[in-house]
Design a protein around this ligand. Sequence first.
Ligand code: BEZ
Ligand code: FE
Length: 308
Amino acid sequence: MRNITEANLTDVVLARLQNTADPRFRKVMESLIQHLHAFLREVELTEAEWFEAIRFLTATGQKCDDKRQEYILLSDVLGVSMLVDAINHRRPGAATENTVLGPFYVHGAPEIQNGGDMAAGWEGEPTYVTGSVRSTDGKPIAGAVLDLWQSNSEGWYDVQLADTGGRQLRARLRTDEEGLFRFRTIKPTAYPVPTDGPVGAILDRMGRHAMRPAHLHFMVSAPGYETVVTHLFVQGDPYLESDVVFAVKDSLVVEFKRSDSEAEAAHVGVDAPFYTAAYDFVLKPAESSEQQKAISAADAAHASHTSF
Ligand code: BEZ
Ligand code: FE
């Protein structure tokens, strides 16, 4: 076809999908082309803006390496990650809510014993976290795996720091026979997402701050259950209402209670003053083996996106 016009261009492009064998891929591409063209028509994009967009996307790709994923960050600050998350994890009210994975998850965190310290050697306010992992029917889940990661007291993850000697402020532990877990760490602080790349520049241009409220990351899994990727947020944090990646849910906000008791601190193996936080995770039984396969595929994708 020749002499394609502004009026018929979209239809002509859509018609070229006629030999697309995979029906799902065809549906996604059809919708993408329609929405992209509608967006260009709506804003009447100028050529200068189009070149700027290409420059921005190129710079975003160039910022990525084995420790930095600027595209995931872009997806996060535009609310795309949380929307994909919401669409894919429509859980019954009782089950723990998912939230964004973020770019700092790394496979292969060191195993610690229940009660162990995931922040040994790191300065910060001592914190003791306890809780349980249960099924939506209330039964404790023994041997559930909690994969934990967090930033240091200045808001940096190990992958952002030089010479941390491998995985730090990360741990994997298992629930005991009663489905209970406990671990020691340092109290998380609010921190900015990385702003030294194109995403930082676009946040600035939108007049937005880059802060995330203080949180601990959890990935909780057990055979036969949907894996939960989530955070626990610190109650009272000033950024809970304006998290740059839109990830805060009321059900995930937890009180970190301060205790000055030397005796209590000694009992749990930390120095006073210290904080305690408690949370009961509830996992939803996986509906089918197909769903389990999807979860494994998602885990594999997580595994590949950030590594040492
Ligand atoms: C994080 O919590 O680690 C995170 C999430 C999204 C973007 C940047 C960081
Ligand atoms: Fe984080």
